[in-house]
Design a protein around this ligand. Structure first.
Ligand SMILES: NC(=O)c1ccc[n+]([C@@H]2O[C@H](COP(=O)([O-])OP(=O)(O)OC[C@H]3O[C@@H](n4cnc5c(N)ncnc54)[C@H](O)[C@@H]3O)[C@@H](O)[C@H]2O)c1
Ligand SMILES: [Zn+2]
Length: 650
């Protein structure tokens, strides 16, 4: 008995700590799988012993809502939902009644209040008793009606979610200093619980209504389905749901399961509610659950496998993410061999070691996760050095979640953008190395410095197995890298990403120093200021860049890999000197308009964006076109020439 009590106390502590991280910070320090398992164990023990400790998560919430947002108590407590993983249990629960089965959306639950047809309040679920007031943020949700035709007091609940597609896009763009968000739920929580609603507005948050709490004077004919229809008629997007009876429930669950993969919004199961409102309400509630509805969680397909490696991948925020690599297994129809471990707390809780036998599943049928570690050897070392720059790492503990960081400001992982510039068209022009690919190669330590781009051949075996890569795209990339070795000093200088040195400044500077790189790199600020078009700020940045030993090392390493073709000012070549061109419409012989521009500039000409009296030629293959540029050219008497005529001119 005593050992059971001890275990119960231990479970309560662990669950409380996890729930705090999960609800306050949208972080996971143990997997949902583990959380649910420990929770079920606690429920079992409470049944066996007939004891429920004060503060047990089975009857109450053990955490406060902590944030700088204003707080408010809910008029109706926001309960959790009882759960089952069995379809048969759903059918039994429904009995002879009709129900509505809908997605259990995985975002942030919000209660909205409308008065006089206007949205007056939005509050998060918080801990179910107290929530945070986020009214101004809610007003930026993409599909939320701000005014409705019903003038009484309306209270409804729904889920704020961020779609997978938006999650990917937003995560790419989020400020470097902002930590990367791990999943749409995490991003949604971070976006909705903002002090500044401008940020929320940029995050494309959608709202799906799932329950009507109050709308006096409207006759819903005692039907939840009628309420859903009414909400839709008010302009709300209502979560997708289907009417079911015990005979049809199995095929409806199957329908939902098939639908998941196409779903752009995250869900973590289904919810079944009685259509008969008064019947449902007559059932009352337990301390934690209403009795008129029940959640269905997917019975995850779980496979046993062996942990072969943990990959530590540094990110542009400095965060180093652990990823488990295991012997491939088939899960829900696809082969899986990797799963994010999220943070150090998860690694520690799982007591991982290489060679351990682990069980894996796909959370919500989509994201691979480790469920349990069966052998718990706990011998996995946490890296003391960054996989990218080898600087010492630190473990930061933020609100009970431990995470590993590289704190080196110069770490290449933090400089993905500069590499993106290096490979861009106007710089070294390397095709097939997207920002995402570069980031990945950096994060797993294949690219540790820029010059490593020229050594990718050595990592062919690894790269061809990467998502989106195959033999062919690898070869194309290699060809492009080889081609880029031959370049000129202007492109090279621009590719270094020296602050404020764009392509045109690079040209001016190179020209001034006779296109000789050795002279260019030793240029002094006072010499640079003399160049027309180069200001003091640019000059200082330029000088400072080449005063740094580390930068010179980077440059020297690159010079070993590339060849700078001679560039001389050749008067004959400058055949377009003094001429100004405008290019419009599509081109056929050049790859694109930028290439035409490059040729013009190479030959001393200039390209501008709009036709003025100073324009010498408008290049346009569609001479008859009525575009504004054509009209303007005709007006001003500027000759319009085709691409072919331009080539002839050369
Ligand atoms: N990993 C962790 O450390 C950790 C910690 C705590 C909780 N959890 C996870 O959270 C779960 C418990 O979460 P909970 O108690 O917040 O919520 P729940 O799973 O009991 O779900 C209830 C909530 O679902 C929402 N919902 C979404 N769509 C709905 C719909 N169509 N109809 C009705 N309600 C809908 C509502 O807000 C409702 O309050 C656990 O099972 C666990 O998986 C994980
Ligand atoms: Zn580093």
């Amino acid at each position: 008995m005593n050992s059971k009590l001890e275990r119960m106390k231990e479970l309560i502590l662990t669950l409380d700590k996890a729930a705090k991280a999960y609800y306050q910070d949208a972080e996971e320090i143990i997997s949902n799988f583990e959380y649910d398992k420990l929770y079920d164990e606690l429920v079992e023990l409470e049944k066996e012993t007939n004891i429920v400790m004060a503060g047990s998560p089975t009857v109450s919430v053990g955490y406060e809502v902590l944030s700088e947002l204003p707080k408010e108590n809910h008029a109706y407590p926001m309960l959790s939902l009882d759960k089952t993983k069995e379809v048969a249990a759903l059918a039994d629960w429904l009995g002879e009644k009709e129900g509505i089965l809908s997605w259990k959306l995985d975002g942030l639950t919000i209660v909205l209040t409308y008065q006089n047809g206007e949205l007056v309040k939005a509050v998060t679920r918080g801990n179910g008793v107290t929530g945070e007031v986020i009214t101004n943020n809610a007003k930026t949700f993409k599909n939320l009606p701000l005014r409705i035709s019903y003038k009484g007091e309306l209270v409804l609940r729904g889920e704020a979610v961020i779609k997978y597609s938006d999650f990917e896009a937003i995560n790419q763009e989020i400020d470097l200093i902002d930590a990367k968000y791990k999943n749409p739920r995490n991003l949604c929580s971070g976006s909705v619980r903002q002090l500044n609603s401008e940020i929320t507005a940029k995050r494309n948050v959608h709202f799906f209504a799932f329950a009507l709490v109050q709308a006096d004077g409207v006759d819903f004919k005692n039907s939840r389905e009628e309420q859903r229809k009414w909400l839709a008629s008010m302009g709300f997007e209502v979560v997708e749901g289907k009417m079911v009876q015990k005979e049809t429930i199995e095929q409806t669950v199957l329908w939902f399961s098939k639908q998941i993969e196409q779903n752009d919004f995250p869900s973590d199961g289904l919810v079944l509610i009685f259509d008969d409102i008064s019947y449902g309400q007559s059932l009352g509630r337990t301390a934690k659950f209403p009795k008129d509805s029940i959640a269905f969680k997917w019975a995850d397909e779980i496979k046993e496998t062996k942990l072969t490696e943990v990959e530590w991948s540094a990110s542009r925020t400095g965060l180093i993410n652990p990823v488990a690599i295991f012997e491939p297994v088939e899960l829900e129809g696809t082969t899986v061999s990797r799963a994010s471990l999220h943070n150090i707390s998860i690694v520690e809780n799982l007591e991982l070691g290489i060679g351990d036998t682990i069980t894996v599943y796909k959370a919500n049928m989509i994201i691979p996760q480790i469920a349990e570690n069966l052998t718990k050897s706990g011998n996995l070392p946490i890296p003391e050095h960054c996989p990218v720059c080898e600087h010492e790492t630190v473990i930061k503990n933020e609100n009970g979640v431990k995470a590993l960081y590289c704190i080196n400001k110069e770490c290449l992982a933090k400089k993905v953008k500069s590499l993106t510039l290096f490979v861009s068209r106007d710089a070294m022009n390397i095709e097939g190395l997207s920002e995402a690919t570069l980031e990945k190669l950096i994060n797993i330590g294949i690219i540790k410095e820029i010059a490593d781009i020229y050594k990718l051949n050595e990592h062919k075996d690894m790269i061809v197995t990467m998502e989106g890569f195959g033999e062919k795209s690898f070869q194309n990339m290699m060809d492009s890298i080889e081609k880029s070795r031959k370049t000129n000093v202007v492109k090279f200088l621009y590719s270094l990403g020296i602050p404020n040195i764009g392509l045109s400044n690079a040209k001016l500077i190179c020209k001034e120093f006779g296109y000789e790189f050795e002279k260019i790199r030793h240029a002094k600020a006072e010499q640079l200021i003399e160049i027309q078009g180069v200001g003091e700020v640019i000059a200082k940045f330029f000088e400072a860049y080449f005063e740094k030993e580390e930068n010179n090392r980077i440059v020297d390493d690159l010079l070993k890999e590339i060849h700078l073709e001679e560039m001389k000012e050749n008067k004959e070549e400058q055949s377009l000197e003094g001429l100004t061109f405008v290019i419009t419409g599509s081109v056929h012989q050049f790859a694109n308009r930028n290439e035409v521009k490059a040729v013009i500039e190479e030959k001393g000409g200039k390209v501008t964006g709009s036709v003025t009296s100073k324009t010498n030629y408008l290049i346009n293959n569609d001479i008859e076109s009525n575009s504004s540029k054509n009209k303007k050219a005709k007006e001003l008497g500027v000759p319009i020439i085709t691409e072919q005529e331009f080539i002839d001119m050369l």
